[in-house]
Design a binder for this molecule. Structure first.
Ligand SMILES: C[S@@+](CC[C@H](N)C(=O)[O-])C[C@H]1O[C@@H](n2cnc3c(N)ncnc32)[C@H](O)[C@@H]1O
Length: 250
């Protein structure tokens, strides 16, 4: 039954009419305006994308950090991958802001609603072995200048993603973790049974090249991270739970 529902959703998604953003003539030059236009909470201020009926505006205000780090890439040709697209607001924004980049978006659901010659949406659940296999077939041989984790925000997922996905980042590229302290603020996102330390502590330990207790990251994986991550930039966005980290890969 589960498999049948999945195939039904998959087929329905293939035939779903998508919005071709290549046909949209937008005059926005800055990323924050694009984030607001398409409706991602990466913007300073945006209507709640999870419930459009609510007249509530939210926004992490991450635009300035993305712009400070990546404005210079604006017209260059590179690959960007985001874990967690929801309906595609951030994917569409990045696609418009970086018109020569290839934008890859991963999500386990089928809500993605945009298309473009530069967007590659990959439906898979990266918390499963099968999902990761599907993904690695789709991105085989590719490296990315930017990878963003805006997925489940579950502690063990964030930790696993760090070791899986930093390997796909090209030299001098960035691995970005959005909202990385959510498992600390919202206990239901800490699924580790106290076996894992929080992401802010992990980042501190990586910076200081100090081994830490973890059932997920082995000593050799921690060593790999110490040797691979050149610098970590941590920023606070607009709200108390807006924490974002940019990990620069050597
Ligand atoms: C915060 S939303 C992404 C928002 C989007 N990046 C934006 O800025 O508009 C998180 C998304 O991650 C997806 N997600 C959660 N767990 C996942 C998993 N294991 N594999 C793939 N996608 C996942 C959810 O389906 C959800 O759409």
């Amino acid at each position: 039954m589960k498999l049948l529902t999945y195939f039904y959703k998959r087929v329905a998604f293939i035939f779903k009419k998508k919005i071709n953003i290549d046909k949209e003539e937008l005059t926005y030059q800055n990323l924050d305006e694009l984030f607001t236009y398409y409706g991602t909470d990466k913007a300073k201020r945006v209507r709640n994308q999870y419930n459009k009926n609510l007249d509530i505006f939210i926004g992490h205000g991450y635009s300035k950090f993305y712009e400070n780090h990546f404005n210079f890439l604006k017209n260059t040709n590179f690959n960007l991958l985001e874990i967690g697209t929801w309906f595609g607001a951030s994917t569409a924004s990045f696609c418009k802001f970086f018109p020569n980049a290839k934008i890859f978006g991963i999500d386990k659901n089928f809500k993605f609603k945009y298309k473009s010659k530069n967007i590659n949406f990959i439906q898979c659940d990266i918390s499963t072995k099968r999902g990761l296999e599907q993904l690695s077939n789709k991105i085989y041989g590719k490296k990315f200048k930017i990878i963003i984790d805006d997925g489940s925000h579950i502690l063990t997922h964030i930790i696993k993603n760090i070791i899986i996905f930093t390997k796909y980042v090209e030299r001098s590229g960035f691995y970005i973790i959005e909202d990385f302290n959510l498992p600390k603020y919202y206990k239901y996102l800490n699924d580790s049974n106290n076996k894992e330390i929080y992401i802010d502590e992990i980042l501190k330990n990586i910076k200081q090249k100090k081994y830490f207790k973890s059932d997920i990251l082995s000593k050799s994986e921690q060593k790999y991270l110490f040797e691979t991550i050149e610098k970590i930039y941590v920023y606070k966005g607009n709200t108390k739970d807006s924490d974002i980290a940019f990990l620069k890969v050597k």
